[in-house]
Design a protein around this ligand. Structure first.
Ligand code: SF4
Length: 113
């Protein structure tokens, strides 16, 4: 059981309001885990706010093994994070988007390129 599963089962109840996760709570939970187990602390944190689509996908992949991933994702969804990779998902203007598009205009005809 990960820490985020533990927190969810302890706090979630059908009689309570939907769980809200503050950044402080996430930091508290993450503080109980060795930094080496938190990919965004063990690696260059700028990868989680990268411009390059390849770097963004790398950050999303690294998040998959994070012990607080579910808590991180819940909080980011609730806060409507404006930008960055949180909980293994890319956020842009408060919503999850499947992948980052490269800069520049798309080609008019991808097949002819
Ligand atoms: S899920 Fe990703 S962004 Fe969230 S704490 Fe873990 S490594 Fe960092």
């Amino acid at each position: 059981m990960t820490i985020s599963e533990l927190v969810r089962t302890e706090t979630a109840s059908p009689m309570t309001q939907p769980m809200t996760v503050s950044l402080g709570e996430l930091h508290d939970q993450a503080g109980q885990v060795d930094d080496e187990l938190l990919p965004c602390r063990a690696n260059n944190p700028e990868l989680w706010f990268a411009e390059s689509p390849a770097d963004v996908e790398a950050a999303k992949a690294l998040c998959q093994d994070c012990p607080v991933r579910a808590l991180c994702l819940d909080g980011a969804l609730e806060r409507r994070e404006p930008w960055g990779v949180w909980g293994g998902q890319l956020f842009l203007q408060g919503v999850v988007i499947p992948r980052k598009r490269p800069r520049g205009r798309p080609r008019k005809n991808e097949v002819a390129a």
